[in-house]
Design a protein around this ligand. Structure first.
Ligand code: ATP
Ligand code: MG
Length: 218
């Protein structure tokens, strides 16, 4: 293809703590795409105590979905801010309403769905720590931070997300099953969904690159 070929729009799907964050950051690094993560952006607003942050905090803490009207407006604005770069969307859409709205303004080209067994997910979340400012995620025993409780890059504190508490995780998995699964179906019907199975991100990653390489080499 020529230099005028269109910029690829990729979407990553997967249950909470399926490794979306980890696989996303590897995709971003390898293919030089812009990372647009709804969860990271919402947590950033909460941290900065913006009006949006105040409005959505309760939903995130309880592991519930932020209402569609709020999410659609917010994320479409965020996507429009990405200039002249391919992007990777992570965490949005999570409902068929969101998927429909997105399809009308920015139809995605590639959908990567991570398939990780639920027992693995529940186990993993207990040991998960995040650096809020960057969204970097650590898992004790898998990618343990060099210094306990500190981010490798900045040395700043790591925190556990309130929605990683067992109660909230159960809620998020329930929501995922009932509300987000139909989104997978939505993209399956468009013929652009590709599934990747595994118990760890290291197991899944080579399959993802084998699939994405040809798209980004064009
Ligand atoms: P992980 O990032 O580990 O895969 P996750 O996907 O549950 O876990 P995030 O994507 O970071 O977590 O989202 C965290 C929370 O932000 C959700 O539980 C929800 O409250 C809110 N949120 C994020 N994206 C959306 C969305 N598209 N629609 C509604 N709520 C959302
Ligand atoms: Mg996320």
């Amino acid at each position: 293809m020529t230099a005028t070929s269109k910029l690829l729009k990729t979407l990553i799907l997967g249950a909470p703590a399926s490794g979306k964050g980890t696989i996303s950051s590897r995709i971003v690094k390898k293919y030089n795409v812009a990372h647009v993560s709804s969860g990271d952006k919402l947590r950033d607003h909460i941290e900065k105590q913006t009006d949006l942050g105040k409005e959505v905090k309760k939903y995130l803490n309880e592991g519930k979905l932020v209402p569609d009207n709020v999410m659609i407006k917010f994320m479409i604005t965020e996507l429009n801010k990405v200039e002249n770069k391919p992007w990777l969307l992570d965490g949005f859409p999570r409902t068929v309403g969101q998927a429909d709205a997105l399809w009308k303004v920015q139809p995605v080209d590639i959908v990567v769905n991570l398939v990780v067994p639920f027992d693995v997910i529940i186990d993993r979340v207990k040991d998960r720590w995040v650096h809020l400012a960057s969204g970097r995620v650590y898992n004790i025993g898998f990618n343990t931070p060099k210094v306990e409780g500190k981010d490798d890059v900045t040395g700043e504190d790591l925190v556990q997300r309130p929605d990683d508490k067992p109660e909230a995780v159960r809620k998020r998995l329930e929501i995922y099953d009932s509300i987000t699964r139909p989104v997978i179906e939505f993209y399956k019907q468009k013929g652009i969904l590709k599934e990747f199975e595994g118990r760890t991100s290291d197991e899944i990653w080579p399959k993802v690159t084998a699939y994405l390489d040809p798209f980004f080499k064009k």
